[in-house]
Design a protein around this ligand. Structure first.
Ligand code: FAD
Length: 133
């Protein structure tokens, strides 16, 4: 049983399922949370995603960021970071992902373990503590 269908719980449930475990995934929210900002995913995170076969799903929802610019309280640029240079320094693979997109990609990746639900099926069940299997 995995409690919490955030990024960690979804990926843990997928990996356990792929390893042959019969997994029940419990989530108290009725739907994925839409909140979150852009995060850069590189180095060991990218290597792990490649090893478990999640990289293509994450790359599909990644943004191409050209630069990050820092501004003062008046909105005047004070410094900037060239993302192509950053990506080269990080070994060439940097995924800029919105947190909710990453969560949705992890949710979609559960289909690697379980067959897709029949049309019209509710993805969550139970009152108060729904389950996503
Ligand atoms: C609003 C918000 C915005 C964020 N934005 C960013 C961001 O931009 N960049 C960044 O790097 N990080 C951000 N974070 C941090 C974020 O928590 C992590 O990046 C990431 O979501 C952590 O994943 P997780 O699976 O470990 O935990 P969570 O995403 O917190 O997932 C835990 C899940 O467990 C569920 N749960 C908890 N208790 C129970 C229970 N008793 N029974 C059933 N289900 C339960 C929760 O509802 C939740 O869905 C943000 C967090 C929040 C809350």
């Amino acid at each position: 049983m995995v409690v919490g269908a955030g990024i960690a719980g979804l990926v843990a449930a997928r990996q356990l399922g792929l390893a042959g475990w019969d997994v029940e995934l419990l989530e108290k929210s009725g739907a994925p949370r839409p909140d979150g900002y852009m995060m850069d995913f590189f180095g060991p995170g990218v290597e792990a995603a490649e090893r478990i076969g999640l990289y293509p799903r994450l790359a599909a929802v990644a943004y191409h960021v050209e630069a990050a610019e820092y501004v003062d309280p008046a909105g005047r640029p004070t410094s900037s970071l060239d993302y192509d240079q950053f990506a080269r320094l990080a070994g060439g693979k940097v995924l800029s992902l919105l947190r909710p997109d990453m969560e949705r990609a992890a949710l979609a990746a559960l289909e690697d373990v379980t067959p897709p639900p029949p049309p019209g099926a509710r993805p969550l069940r139970g009152a108060g503590l729904p389950s996503m299997e």
